[in-house]
Design a protein around this ligand. Sequence first.
Ligand SMILES: C[S@@+](CC[C@H](N)C(=O)[O-])C[C@H]1O[C@@H](n2cnc3c(N)ncnc32)[C@H](O)[C@@H]1O
Length: 255
Amino acid sequence: MVKVRPYYGEGSLSAAYYDLITAADSRLAGDIEIYAALIPAGGSVLELGAGSGRITGALAGEGFTLTGIDIAPAMLAQAEARRGALPPEVAGRITFRRGDMTALDLKQAFDVVICPFFTLAHVPAGAAWRNTFAVAAKHLSSGGLAAFHLPKLEIMKLPGPQNPDRPVMDQALPDGRRLRLFVRGRSFREGINRLDQVVEYALVDGAGRTLQSSAERLTFYLADPEPLAASAGLVLDRPPVDVGGMGDIWVFRKA
Ligand SMILES: C[S@@+](CC[C@H](N)C(=O)[O-])C[C@H]1O[C@@H](n2cnc3c(N)ncnc32)[C@H](O)[C@@H]1O
């Protein structure tokens, strides 16, 4: 029986190849600019689910000060490696910490809180969402903005690929190997809006032989964020902003 690992877990290929996959995903294009436009010049940002620092590094390069929180050590290791390769004055504007966005208290207020690329959808859309909105509100200055990128319901409901042996991504690596992604299972539960997927990552050589593979479970939850955000004193600031037809960035303001 194939062992299924958690997404972004220790030794996972989802963590090891996160940057390569997100760079190849044109549907994410423009998300960083949307966040940058929310932040006052030289402002401070708390990023919930900072991952490999894809957004953190880019925003620090624009002069903002970032604190990035993530629950996964494998992702934080990548984030620290990215930070180490940045010019010292940019790296100096970034702090990464391990933490759980559903129960965080840094005792510090920020101009903007961001929760990018479906991070909120990784936790159940009930108490965990309510707690995350409360965490965002607690870390915002009065009038500050909190942005949450959520998947679109209609995209979550799509069926998996007809042929599970056909890769949904097949990317050349600099060393001549290829990274292939297969969706091995995909099911959506109506009512609770829960999507379960098993994604297989496979490293193959030039002859197409599989050198390493890892099956990883990815679960997304979705609900209407407005009432849950309102319970934390966050009110919708503008209509949701579409990102690549795959998700929307919801921007709330602390009343
Ligand atoms: C899709 S990645 C987004 C990374 C980065 N923000 C970006 O946009 O590239 C989602 C991240 O959320 C993190 N995450 C999931 N649940 C979390 C939680 N409860 N607290 C903090 N981070 C969490 C995962 O470890 C992962 O690194």
